[in-house]
Design a protein around this ligand. Structure first.
Ligand SMILES: *Cc1c(COP(=O)(O)O)cnc(C)c1O
Length: 428
């Protein structure tokens, strides 16, 4: 299939005159895989169309939200109806408690929650609440986990820096980063050592219960349970960042799947059905330290926005009414993810595949991937070639080795076959 991108290329050049890199979020620029990023004009079900009329099978689903597929009629209708009544009021509406009730039904650990407009805000605010509630400053996070782009969360461990974080981004003061301890994922001994090294100083542990932002990495047996026990023993709060996994791995996210009760949970992506929305919530006692009840400040002009609430209620409501979706997603995703691994094996291409539910990653490495260091052994040049070949064949994967791919409800057997066919050509 020959694909022209004349119009997309023009649109990218125009955008570069106004937006840094032509984008509003860096990965969209395709720097990691090369080639021209297609400009999207519309989407429906499992497919995207670009400005040159090319059609793509979508495996990134707006980076997670589109579990029901694009332009899903019940969601579109709910948003249109809400928009006709007004797009924002800055005053309370019934829809906020309606969506909150649905969320608490899915996540029993969430007794109180607050809506925000992104996953970044959800994580930033959850960490602030944890610090305010405990009166402690240090935060433990894990290498390769992403919790949005707030200053304190943009920290990876530097090679020589076991205890104090270094800024992962220019513009993050060392004074901020030094309170974030970045440890290897799936390593309980490292967490135990950090608690012992900072007695009474660690406010919380924040973790992607299944990592998606280093590519997909599952927690080892007993890992999440171990984090829960260490937090309890040391008086720190456990924050499960379920921005990606919430409503994705099951209705109740990873905490339902693995039977873990966190103190706080952060949500985003699916909860807004494709509109800007996030939430953080958990134990009532902890959440009630938020203003106006308590001393921890947090606010938002568009928080609980009526369009976002309408899309969220339509999406989460649909999932609640159709719980069998998850078994279907499991089957479709396994067929795609394992099918391509078999093709790679035949072609002699080293590939490790990690999958949990409908999120998965094909790592171009022969090493089992259990943490970021393992993921970083991937041949990213080979991934980039694979990405370009798949895109040319009409299959749009996330444009980086270190991202999870997603399957949605509208991916069926036709899409499984199309993906395997594309991969046969690409891996040759
Ligand atoms: C996407 C993501 C975030 C950030 O959410 P934004 O809406 O992009 O700000 C935080 N945590 C995890 C686990 C994510 O996947």
């Amino acid at each position: 299939m020959s694909r022209t991108l004349t119009r997309s290329r023009q649109l990218q050049q125009r955008a570069e005159g106004f937006l840094p890199g032509g984008v509003d979020s860096p990965v969209r620029a395709f720097r990691a895989v090369g080639g021209d990023p297609p400009f999207v004009t519309r989407a429906e079900g499992a497919y995207l169309w670009d400005a040159d009329g090319n059609r793509y099978l979508d495996f990134f689903g707006s980076w997670g939200p589109m579990i029901l597929g694009h332009a899903f009629p019940p969601v579109v209708e709910a948003v249109c109806e809400a928009a006709a009544r007004g797009t924002s009021f800055g005053a309370s509406t019934a829809a906020e408690a309606d969506l909150a009730e649905l969320v608490t039904r899915c996540f029993p650990s969430v007794e109180r929650l607050r809506f925000v407009s992104s996953g970044t805000e959800a994580c930033m605010s959850a960490v602030r609440v944890a610090r305010g509630f405990t009166g402690r400053n240090f935060v433990i996070k894990f290498e390769g986990c992403y919790h949005g782009h707030s200053d304190a969360m943009l920290v990876k461990a530097g090679s020589g820096v076991a205890t104090f974080g270094i800024p992962g981004s220019a513009g993050v003061p060392v004074e901020t980063a030094m309170h974030t301890l970045a440890l290897p994922y799936n390593d309980l001994a490292a967490v135990e050592a950090a608690f012992e090294g900072h007695p009474g100083e660690i406010a919380c542990v924040i973790v992607e219960p299944v990592v998606g932002n280093a590519g997909t990495i599952a927690p080892g047996a007993g890992y999440l349970q171990g984090l829960r026990e260490l937090c309890t023993r040391h008086g720190a709060l456990l924050i499960l960042d379920e921005v990606m996994t919430g409503f994705r791995l099951s209705l109740g996210g990873a905490q339902e799947l693995y039977g873990i009760k966190p103190d706080l949970t952060t949500l985003g992506k699916i909860i807004g059905g494709g509109l800007p929305c996030g939430a953080f919530g958990g134990r009532a006692e902890v959440m009630e330290s938020l203003a106006p009840l308590g001393p921890v400040y947090q606010a938002g002009t568009l928080s609980g926005n009526p369009l976002a609430m309408a899309a969220g209620i339509a999406t989460v409501g649909y999932l609640l009414e159709h719980p069998s979706i998850y078994a279907e997603l499991e089957k479709t995703t396994a067929a795609i993810a394992e099918g391509v691994v078999a093709i790679a094996r035949e072609a002699g291409v080293p590939m490790m595949m990690n999958r949990v539910g409908s999120m998965f990653t094909w790592f171009f490495t022969d090493r089992a991937v259990e943490n970021f260091e393992d993921a970083a052994t991937s041949d990213t040049a080979a991934f980039a070639r694979f990405h370009r070949a798949m895109l040319d064949a009409g299959v749009w994967l996330p444009p980086s080795q270190y991202e999870a791919a997603f399957v949605g409800m509208q991916h069926g057997m036709v899409e499984v076959e199309a993906t395997l066919e594309a991969a046969r050509g690409a891996l040759r």
